[in-house]
Design a protein around this ligand. Structure first.
Ligand SMILES: *[C@@H]1O[C@H](CO)[C@@H](O)[C@H](O)[C@H]1NC(C)=O
Length: 148
């Protein structure tokens, strides 16, 4: 009887540990990037490291995609944080694409950059990653919601 009780306790502890793993991963889920709310610009594939970003620490963003209209010298990749009303609350990064390892002109974008994350960002905000061509036109965009 006593041994049965010990067995049950061990079983329960084991089960609770197994359960804790998926909950932990769920809590740390990756940010999903999709099309920007405005317009129908080409979508970029975006990954963040760490994901979600930690305010006050550095974050590395990688953006890849195909920009059919072309990337030429002067094109930039910009990352901004937006509030719920889509107002810019923080400029995160701005990269000169053609001097960041991309051979221009090209249609194939692949940029990795590290930026400090504003320590005063709220728990919930969005990140927009935008490609701006040499004529200041938006030619690519992705948008992801960060939820604490
Ligand atoms: C962020 O990166 C910069 C440049 O590599 C480094 O000087 C700085 O210490 C880093 N900050 C943090 C909080 O890790």
């Amino acid at each position: 009887m006593k041994q049965n009780l010990i067995f049950v306790v061990i079983l329960l502890v084991t089960l609770s540990m197994v359960n804790a793993i998926p909950y932990y991963q769920l809590d740390k889920r990756a940010t999903t990037f999709g099309p920007c709310p405005e317009g129908s610009l080409p979508i970029l594939t975006v990954t963040l490291q760490p994901d979600p970003p930690v305010p006050g620490q550095n974050c590395t963003v990688t953006a890849t995609g195909t920009i059919d209209s072309g990337i030429n010298p002067g094109a930039t990749l910009v990352a901004v944080a937006l509030d719920g009303a889509h107002n810019v609350i923080s400029s995160l990064a701005s990269v000169d694409i053609c001097s960041s390892g991309v051979t221009c002109p090209t249609t194939s974008l692949s940029v990795t950059t590290t930026f400090p994350v504003d320590a005063s960002l709220p728990a919930t905000y969005s990140i927009s990653i935008v490609v701006i061509d040499e004529n200041k036109a938006f030619v690519g965009c992705s948008y992801g919601a960060i939820t604490g």
